[in-house]
Design a protein around this ligand. Structure first.
Ligand SMILES: Cc1cc2nc3c(=O)[nH]c(=O)nc-3n(C[C@H](O)[C@H](O)[C@H](O)COP(=O)(O)OP(=O)(O)OC[C@H]3O[C@@H](n4cnc5c(N)ncnc54)[C@H](O)[C@@H]3O)c2cc1C
Length: 472
């Protein structure tokens, strides 16, 4: 087996395809995880096919619309692996899988170096460790699915072109819908336009379809609600997860997601997502349901607070209440700052000089809100917030209608340190891999601890591609 085909071979994107394609490694999904796996396996001399659902090149998932920061729990990914491992273990309250954590930490710096060796342009911001390696040009934090001309899109486009030039085959658009195994060969069924299908036979399959954030039924099953704003490309439907489960895989850490606080009007308006996000503002306010009760310690940060909204009794009925001090300070930070963007773009923001009045406008139980805020004032009198400023005292008060913005689901198929999918006996399923948003075990826990999605994709894409190549 092995050996790339001639460079003159046409990519399958627009070509009529055979009924069945036979290769060494099939990769499902053309995001950072998928393209990394594909190139790594191709570099090792394997015949590789990438199946990508979207017609848009290089693919249409979260990688291309992301902010491009290759961070490890908001740290420089080249930091001491032991420090990185300790950070995600703490943030997940021990729910991260130690084997996955070790593989991630030990290969983080190598994955960054690999991206750079492949021509990825990464810039550094020495003042912010989590921005030590960011794909350049950097995506601007403005509303809309911005992607063209930015670093990740440029990088993956180059990867795709190089892959095709060296004989790699791309089935695009093509949606992998089912997976089965015939002795030691995997059979992938790929849906093309209409009812047309293509079969791909491969010794190894890497599932890298980005998560299940775009699948309301799976969100209801695992997160507990679909009353969220999808803050992501719409292609992560959980096909990889379902194919993995159907072949003996196990789902882990399924409840949490990576996301941010958004204005509830983002459910109807595209100029309110993926930015502005209200995370910073929430740290100096309170997040309550209409019964006036807080649902989380807002100091735990935006990802935790966003999950708390989704896990609350009324995910579509939560409010952020801040005072005017916060609205004028934290509210005005950022390229697309909540103040004045929200009001100018149709978000619901009620303002009044008393808490009782703002509660009345928002339909929140007024006395309960006053009680909740009195408790926060008492607490911050002895332990001031990070800003050092008094919290929730200066009128007018503002109540902002919230919704949880779901960027990608943190759980997924349980894998080992080579990205091999494990069965319920913790044994690897021969030739089956999961990487990036499809895998589970790196993030999660009661605070929805998040390690960084792009680095996860690069590390486990690399590990999957290398290991799959080795067994072909
Ligand atoms: C606005 C935004 C900003 C972000 N910023 C950052 C950041 O700065 N740093 C960071 O670490 N993370 C960030 N993230 C998260 C990060 O983008 C993801 O965690 C990461 O890109 C996941 O990569 P992936 O390859 O697993 O999935 P994706 O990039 O989503 O790729 C999956 C691919 O699979 C394809 N696909 C889906 N289903 C099928 C199927 N059945 N058959 C074939 N193909 C299929 C999709 O079309 C897609 O192209 C951000 C995300 C968003 C939305």
């Amino acid at each position: 087996m092995g050996g790339g085909k001639g460079s003159g071979e046409r990519a399958m994107d627009d070509a009529a395809v055979d009924d069945t394609v036979t290769v060494d490694v099939a990769v499902v999904g053309g995001g950072l995880a998928g393209w990394t796996a594909a190139i790594a396996a191709q570099d090792a001399g394997r015949r590789v096919t990438v199946v990508e659902r979207s017609a848009r090149r290089p693919g249409w998932g979260n990688s291309v619309v992301s902010g491009g920061a290759l961070h490890a729990v908001l740290r420089d990914p080249r930091a001491n692996p032991a420090v990185l491992a300790a950070a995600i273990t703490e943030l997940t309250d021990g729910h991260a899988d130690p084997v996955v954590v070790q593989a991630w930490a030990a290969n983080a710096a190598r994955a960054v170096a690999w991206v750079e060796a492949q021509g990825g342009e990464l810039m550094s911001d020495p003042d912010h460790p989590h921005r030590a390696k960011v794909f350049a040009p950097v995506r601007v934090t403005e509303p809309g699915m911005r992607y063209a001309g930015f670093g990740v899109t440029n990088f993956l486009t180059t990867q795709r072109e190089s892959f095709v030039r060296r004989g790699g085959r791309v089935i695009q658009p093509g949606r992998a819908r089912s997976l089965s195994r015939d002795t030691d060969v995997w059979q992938l069924e790929v849906q093309r336009s209409g009812t047309a299908t293509v079969g791909v036979r491969a010794r190894s399959v890497v599932l890298a379809d980005g998560g299940f954030q775009a699948n309301p039924a799976l969100l209801r099953r695992y997160v507990g609600t679909d009353q969220v704003r999808r803050r992501a490309a719409g292609t992560g439907s959980g096909d990889g997860l379902l194919m993995g489960l159907a072949n003996g895989g196990v789902a882990v850490n399924m409840k949490g997601f990576y996301g941010h606080l958004l204005a509830r009007a983002s459910l109807e308006r595209d100029d309110l997502w993926p930015y502005p996000i209200l995370d910073l503002l929430a740290e100096v306010g309170v997040v309550v349901t209409t019964d006036g009760m807080r649902i989380v310690d807002e100091h735990l940060g935006g990802v935790t607070t966003t999950n708390a909204i989704a896990w609350s009794s009324n995910p579509a009925g939560c409010w952020l209440v801040v005072d005017d001090d916060a609205w004028q300070h934290e509210g005005t930070i950022g390229i697309t700052a909540p103040n004045p963007w929200l009001v100018a773009h149709g978000a619901t923001v009620h303002s009044a000089t008393t808490l009782r009045d703002v509660a009345g406008l928002a339909g929140i139980d007024g006395p309960a809100l006053e009680d909740s805020i009195a408790q926060v004032r008492d607490a911050t009198a002895t332990s001031p917030p990070r800003t050092g400023r008094a919290k929730l005292r200066k009128p007018p008060f503002h109540a902002i209608a919230l919704v949880a913005g779901v960027t990608f689901t943190l759980g997924g198929l349980r894998v080992d340190g080579h990205a091999r999918v494990l069965d319920d006996q913790s044994e690897p399923i021969e030739g089956l891999y999961a990487a990036g948003g499809t895998m589970g075990g790196l993030h999660g826990g009661p605070r929805a601890g998040y390690a960084g999605g792009l680095l996860e994709a690069a590390v486990f894409g690399l590990l999957a591609g290398e290991h799959a190549a080795g067994r072909s």
